[in-house]
Write a protein that binds this ligand. Structure first.
Ligand code: 3PG
Length: 307
């Protein structure tokens, strides 16, 4: 089979080598499209491929239409909001992710961003410490749990809200369960967001929730920019000079926010949560193995679309 590795944001060299090794050893041919400039480049590259490995690359209905032999897309990572699942399902193309494989990298970044904001973006201004502060985790999945674990090691108190988990499961993950978003936001000096971007979550975090946060609180978003209602965020920051926002990947209104709120706001220039060589290797190799297994045995364990 012909497998395309399409990564606008390339994997570390060791990951690319590992992916190629696993696929070629299983008898597949590997082609690469890395650091490509435009979406048309991806459309042009899929004409004769049977499988694609991607990161945040956009597998749109146009990409799928241009790939008549395509059987499987593996998103090397967690979020699959960049894949048109309906278009894939219509063609019976399997879409998978590699859950958990890059979670530690994202969790470490979430903690780093908290400390960066606590220390006023590493300027000489007097900062604060995260020890003794209350961390709220919104969605206690693979990343959320790791954020909780690391925060506890720093002496933070951790509470979590996750409508898909029981109190027992959250307690087993060593966090205090809370039962509504309102309660979570009201209780959290730091609030770390780990929800996926879905129609039900897009723009779901806005003024009403953010303005409930305690004095001096910081909202930390290493999930997706789309889950924030950016007008609501700006309104809350404007009304409350004590609130802060930090994100992995800039909101659309980032320049305006920086101009108006200065060091109370920060966003990474390019999404970098999963950009460690370890995460690249874990997620990339898992993707390659899932493809080998899919073609050899039909295993669809990590399939995320249905038909
Ligand atoms: C994910 O959903 O796995 C993360 O957002 C990582 O995305 P990336 O592969 O584009 O860095």
């Amino acid at each position: 089979m012909k497998i395309l590795l399409a990564t606008q944001k390339p994997f570390a060299a060791a990951a690319v080598e590992g992916i190629s090794g696993i696929l070629t050893e299983a008898g597949h041919e590997v082609v690469k499209l890395e650091k490509y400039a435009a979406q048309e480049d991806l459309v042009a590259a899929v004409g004769d491929v049977d499988a694609i490995i991607i990161r945040s690359d956009k597998v749109t209905s146009e990409v799928i239409a241009a790939a008549p032999k395509l059987k499987i897309v593996v998103r090397a990572g967690a979020g699959f909001d960049n894949v048109d699942l309906a278009a894939a399902s219509e063609r019976r193309i399997v879409v998978m992710n590699t859950p958990g494989q890059n979670s530690n990298a994202v969790a470490e970044l979430a903690l780093a961003l908290m400390i960066f904001m606590a220390r006023t973006q590493f300027t000489p201004a007097t900062g604060s410490e995260v020890q003794g502060k209350r961390l709220g985790v919104q969605a206690y999945g693979n990343v959320g749990r790791l954020v909780g674990e690391k925060a506890r090691a720093l002496g933070m108190e951790v509470c979590a809200f996750d409508p898909f988990l029981s109190d027992e499961q959250i307690i087993a993950g060593k966090a205090t369960p809370v039962h509504s978003l309102e309660e979570l936001y009201s209780a959290s000096d730091y609030l770390s967001i780990h929800i996926p971007a879905l129609p039900s979550t897009i723009k779901s975090i806005g003024y009403d929730l953010i303005s409930k946060m305690p004095k001096g609180a910081c909202l930390v978003n290493t999930a997706r920019k789309e889950v924030i209602d950016e007008d609501g965020l700006a309104k809350a920051l404007r009304e409350r000079a004590d609130l802060k926002y930090v994100a992995d990947v800039a909101p659309d209104n980032y320049d305006a926010l920086r101009e108006e709120f200065g060091l109370r706001v920060f966003a990474t220039p390019k999404k970098m949560g999963a950009q460690t060589s370890e995460a690249n290797i874990n997620a990339g190799l898992a993707a390659a193995r899932q493809i080998v297994d899919f073609f050899a045995t039909g295993n669809t364990k990590f399939q995320v679309n249905k038909w």
